[in-house]
Design a protein around this ligand. Structure first.
Ligand code: ISE
Length: 337
C-alpha cells in the first residue's frame, strides 16, 4: 500500500540521476527520494549520508525494500532491463530513463512480464511528450484546421558529442527521441526506416562517427519524416520539427523569453544542452508520473513505447549497415497499453 507521499528509490546517481533527485525533492509534489544505490559506493554513500537517506548495498536490495514504493532507474543503459524486470517481479512501479533496454529481446521480455502483472507498472523517460511545444503541435494537428499532415522535416542537433560518440549512438541515443515523440505526435506508427550517410561530414567529427546523418521514416498513414541528426553542430542545442500540412506549416520554436537588439543585430538565445532545452518537460513528466503512481493509473510512455523505439532504432542501425531501407512490421499491441 502506497502512503500519501511516494517513497522513491533511485538506482544510478550520475548526472541525470542527481538532477532527477533534486527535481523530485525540490519541485515534485507528493514524492521524495528515500534511498539510492550506485556502483560508486564510497562516493555515493557520502551523498546519501548528506541527504539523510539510505544507501542500499545493491539495486536489488533497494527494489525489494519495504521502505521503497517506486523505483527510478538512471543507471547505465546496459543495466536497465534487469532492474526493470526485478521491479516487475515485486510488482512495484518503475520509471526507467531511456532506453528501456539495449536490445529488442530484452524489451520484449519486459513487455511480457508486465502483461503477466495485468496492469501498467513501467514508464519510460521519453520526456519530449511533456514539452509545451510538442504538446501544442499535437493540439494543432488534431484540430485538422490545416488539413492532413503530409510530411515532417526535423533536426536533432547537439553542439558537440565527444570522442566516445559513434555512428550507431546517433540513432540509438539521439534520434530515439524523435522516433518516440513523432509516433505520439501523429498517433501513427512506422512501416520503414532508411539511414542515409551523406558524403559531406563536419570536420568536427572523428573516425567512429558519421556526422551529420539522415533518417527517413515512413508511417502507416503514408507520412514521410526526414530527420537530420547532427551531434557536433557547434552553435547550440537545436531541435527542429516542421510539420507540413495540406494548407499550413506548423513548427517548434526554441523556448526563450528575451531577445537582444544591440549593435545593429537582433539575437535570440538557443539552448546550450538537452537538460536546459527540456527542463520544464522533465518537471511535468515527473509530476504526472508521481500523480499516476499515486492514483494507480500510468498514462506516460510505456514499455510498449520503449519496445517500439528499440525496434526502430535497431532497424535504423541495420539500414546504416546494409545501406538500404528496412521495412518494419510491428506485432499486435497488448491490451494493457
Ligand atoms: C542524450 O542521451 C539525450 O537523451 C539527449 O536528449 C540527446 O539530445 C543527446 O543527443 C543524447 O546523447
Amino acid at each position: 500500500m502506497i502512503n500519501k507521499e511516494l517513497r522513491i528509490g533511485v538506482i544510478g546517481v550520475g548526472a541525470i540521476g542527481t538532477e532527477h533527485i533534486k527535481r523530485i525533492n525540490h519541485k515534485i509534489k507528493g514524492a521524495r527520494v528515500v534511498g539510492i544505490y550506485d556502483i560508486l559506493e564510497e562516493e555515493k554513500k557520502k551523498l546519501a549520508d548528506e541527504m539523510g537517506i539510505i544507501f542500499y548495498g545493491s539495486g536489488e536490495d533497494l527494489i525489494s525494500s519495504d521502505d521503497v514504493d517506486a523505483i527510478l532507474i538512471t543507471s547505465i543503459d546496459e543495466t536497465h532491463a534487469d532492474y526493470v524486470l526485478k521491479a516487475l517481479a515485486q510488482e512495484k512501479y518503475v520509471f526507467c530513463e531511456k532506453p528501456l533496454a539495449i536490445d529488442n529481446q530484452s524489451c520484449a521480455k519486459i513487455v511480457e512480464a508486465e502483461v503477466k502483472c495485468g496492469r501498467r507498472l513501467v514508464q519510460v523517460g521519453f520526456m519530449r511528450r511533456y514539452d509545451k511545444g510538442y504538446m501544442e503541435l499535437k493540439k494543432l494537428i488534431e484540430s485538422k484546421s490545416y488539413g492532413e499532415v503530409l510530411m515532417l522535416h526535423c533536426a536533432h542537433r547537439n553542439p558537440e558529442s565527444g570522442l566516445h560518440y559513434t555512428t550507431p549512438m546517433s540513432i540509438i541515443q539521439t534520434a530515439v527521441h524523435e522516433i518516440d515523440v513523432l509516433r505520439w505526435l501523429l498517433q501513427d506508427d512506422y512501416v520503414s526506416v532508411e539511414s542515409i550517410l551523406p558524403k559531406k561530414q563536419t570536420k568536427m567529427t572523428h573516425d567512429n562517427l558519421h556526422d551529420p546523418q539522415i533518417l527517413v521514416l515512413e508511417t502507416k498513414n503514408g507520412v514521410v519524416i526526414q530527420l537530420e541528426i547532427f551531434v557536433n553542430c557547434q552553435f547550440g542545442y537545436d531541435i527542429k520539427c516542421e510539420v507540413v500540412c495540406e494548407n499550413g506549416e506548423l513548427g517548434l520554436v526554441d523556448p526563450h523569453y528575451t531577445y537582444v537588439k544591440h549593435n545593429f543585430s537582433n539575437q535570440t538565445p538557443i539552448s546550450p544542452d538537452w537538460q536546459t532545452r527540456f527542463k520544464e518537460a522533465y518537471d511535468t513528466e515527473f509530476q504526472l508520473w508521481v500523480n499516476g503512481v499515486l492514483n494507480n493509473k500510468l498514462e506516460g510512455p510505456s514499455s510498449w513505447d520503449g519496445y517500439v523505439a528499440s525496434i526502430i532504432t535497431t532497424a535504423g542501425t541495420e539500414s546504416t549497415n546494409k545501406g538500404e531501407k528496412i521495412n518494419v512490421m510491428l506485432q499486435e499491441k497488448p491490451s494493457i497499453y
